[in-house]
Structure formats: C-alpha cells, structure tokens
Design a protein around this ligand. Sequence first.
Ligand SMILES: Nc1ncnc2c1ncn2[C@@H]1O[C@H](COP(=O)(O)OP(=O)(O)OP(=O)(O)O)[C@@H](O)[C@H]1O
Ligand SMILES: [Mg+2]
Length: 207
Amino acid sequence: MHSTSDDQLDPRESVYRERREAALAAFIHSTPVIYRHDVDIHPTAVQWAAQGTDAPRNLFLTGAIGVGKTHTAWQAARLWLERRVTRTGRRPSIEAWRSTSLFDALRPDNHDYDARVLTAQLQKADLLYIDDLAAARVSPTGWTQERLYELFDERYINRRPVLITCDVLPGATGDIVGDRVQSRLREMFRGGVLLLEGADRREGAAA
Ligand SMILES: Nc1ncnc2c1ncn2[C@@H]1O[C@H](COP(=O)(O)OP(=O)(O)OP(=O)(O)O)[C@@H](O)[C@H]1O
Ligand SMILES: [Mg+2]
C-alpha cells in the first residue's frame, strides 16, 4: 500500500516534494489573482505541460476575446512547473510577461530595465510566457524588434519552451514582431497551436 506521509517517503522524495511545494507557492504568489484557481483546461494544454515525447514543445493559445486563453496559460505554466520540479528536483525559472510591458521594457529609452540584460535573461529562462502577443496598438520599433529577434532566435536554436496567448495565428504576427521572428514562430509552434472556442466567459459573469 502507498502512503503519502512524510516519514515513509525516502529522503530525496521528501526534499523534492518540499521544493515542488515551495516553487508552486512562489509561482502562485506571482500569478494574477483571478488566474490562481484551477479550472478545467483543454487536454492539449495539459499534454504540453507534461512535456512528454509526443507533446509539442511550445504552446500557442489562440481564440476570441474571453474564451480563456490567459487562464489556460497560467494554469498550464503551473502544471509545467510542477512536472519540471518533480522530474529534475530543481526550481525552474519562468518569465511571464504581458506583451505590451515586454515591448516597453525592451525599448532603448526605458529607464527601469536594461534591454540587453533583460534580453539575456529572457533568452535563458526555462520557460518564457508572453500574454496577448498581438495586443500592442503601436508595434515595436526596429531596435526593439532586434531585441525580440535575439530573444526568439536564441530560444529557437536551443529549443527552449515558449508559451504564448494571442488572438491571431503565428503567421499573422509579422506586423508586430517583424518577419524574421514571425518565421521562427511559425516553425516553433507547428503542431502547437491550440484554438480555444466558445463564448466570452466574462459575459454573464457575476459583477
Ligand atoms: N476553463 C475555465 N473555466 C471557468 N472559467 C474560466 C475558464 N477559463 C477562463 N475562465 C474565466 O473566464 C474569464 C476570461 O478568461 P481569460 O482572461 O483567460 O480570457 P482570454 O481569452 O485571455 O481573454 P482576452 O482575449 O480578453 O485576453 C476569466 O474570469 C477566467 O478566470
Ligand atoms: Mg487574455
């Protein structure tokens, strides 16, 4: 019979469990409040989070306004984190950014971030999650697009996972991220585009 009590776990198991719980608690703390609770998410997102041999490495969640893209992404990232700590015993780094804040942080005149330092940090993170990639009304300028190129090219050539929510498909992102990044996104997300369907879940929600 299996027991989950601490005294019956081997010491390594128990250390891993503590690490997993600490990593999850920290990630939940950094998650926006409305996305902290678990909901039923699409099986493809669960499969991506498990990163099995058949699962896509990268996940691109698309669909109309309010179908649940962002909630699915936060929850999939939580599952991904849990599986990753379980497998490796190490806490992975996750960079989660709204696209508009990211493009702003990667501007040459941003005083809060050094764009080159940030680019290097995002290149190396174990998981990069960008929410609402096509949300910006004003597209990044040439210099910022170059940082995006460096960021995505590095992740692309090293096969580091990327999670994106977006209301247009990877092949329609060229106006925002530039043609070279768009080309990489098309390949990175081949087999990993998940269309969420349904009504705007915000409609009819309690005020
Ligand atoms: N599977 C689900 N079950 C129950 N509620 C959900 C589910 N997915 C999302 N929600 C809720 O529906 C609302 C809208 O979800 P979310 O913000 O993820 O939509 P979105 O597709 O990202 O919208 P937008 O395109 O405007 O960014 C939120 O309140 C969210 O908590
Ligand atoms: Mg959203």
